[in-house]
Design a protein around this ligand. Sequence first.
Ligand code: ATP
Length: 370
Amino acid sequence: PRPWEDPAATPFVRVEGVTKRFGSFTAVQDVSLDIYRGELFCLLGGSGCGKSTLLRMLAGFEDVSAGRVIIDGRDQTGVPPYLRDTNMMFQSYALFPHLSVEKNIAYGLRREGLPRAEIATRVTDMLSLVQMQGFAARRPHQLSGGQRQRVALARALVKRPKLLLLDEPLGALDRKLREETQLELIKIQQSLGITFIVVTHDQEEAMTLSTRLGVMTEGRIVQTGTPHEIYEFPRSRFVADFIGSVNLFDGRIAVDGTDSATIACPGAGMDIHISHSVAGTVGQAVTVAIRPEKIEMLASPSGTRPNAVEGRVEEVAYMGNLSVYHVRLDSGMIVRVNMSNRSRYDDDVPRPGASVVLEWDGSAGVVLEG
Ligand code: ATP
């Protein structure tokens, strides 16, 4: 079993009821979290949600106002950063501008007074790990943003910390380089077996990198899970909406059977059928969340799905691999539908003004508390 599903597994990092106050402002509120050895765990949230503050408390750069931080079985609360088995990677700007790449990487080991030969071997290993062998003598200003980022990573890893904390490690990179570097980061993390905790505000990045992620808002972690769990089984409107795009249908539970349910959604002018029972009572306000790629768009009803509703295409956004359709239902509600562009020719695709039928299965909708 995966460690977080194994009740016998011991967490490597345990955050227990951690709170951080700055004066009367609470930046992190009663966060509890277990992270296991070898995980690449992402803290994901919008600007100001407290993710950097939480990371800094794990590193010891920030004191906790309440709660405990336990790393590898030892209570680290109040222990200064240099006495923790952790290292933190800041953005590339933290490189020393007057030192070569090699000396930047070696810096921490020299301070520890390691033998020269040992330092040289470890620096060489790190340079090859981040594929920067030919750049040892360069200064940071002679490197691209992506190369600087890799040097920063090498510098953080060379001390072989048990835990590496990374604050927006790929933040300075453009999209293409960022995507490539994400895959490299995963490879490096897996080859070293070091536990990574990564702060990011980029949900696609969190989805790509994570073994698990914690979604944060207003100082709290609102859901923790694998990328798949978070995307397919969000537990709140906030998480459903924050990760990817989603259609939210407000309604009330009309029928709750043993293996099916019906949600009356007057705003959409329809009843949504769900192929499982829901937690709640008849009449209770709920929201049905449906991802745009789970909806089928047809010219006429197939008669094979429990959910079907008519509408008219209002807008189409061509994205290359897929097209995003905005379909206005008769009720006035706009539904977003993603259709992958399987054909190279666009003769067949619905255009603005076209009458269409939207259909989805009973398993497509996630029922959230209203
Ligand atoms: P971003 O992605 O914008 O960096 P974040 O989620 O990392 O956001 P934090 O840096 O953790 O956010 O900050 C959380 C909140 O705490 C913010 O409202 C911030 O203004 C506040 N805060 C952070 N550090 C301090 C401080 N030293 N004194 C007062 N308030 C602070």
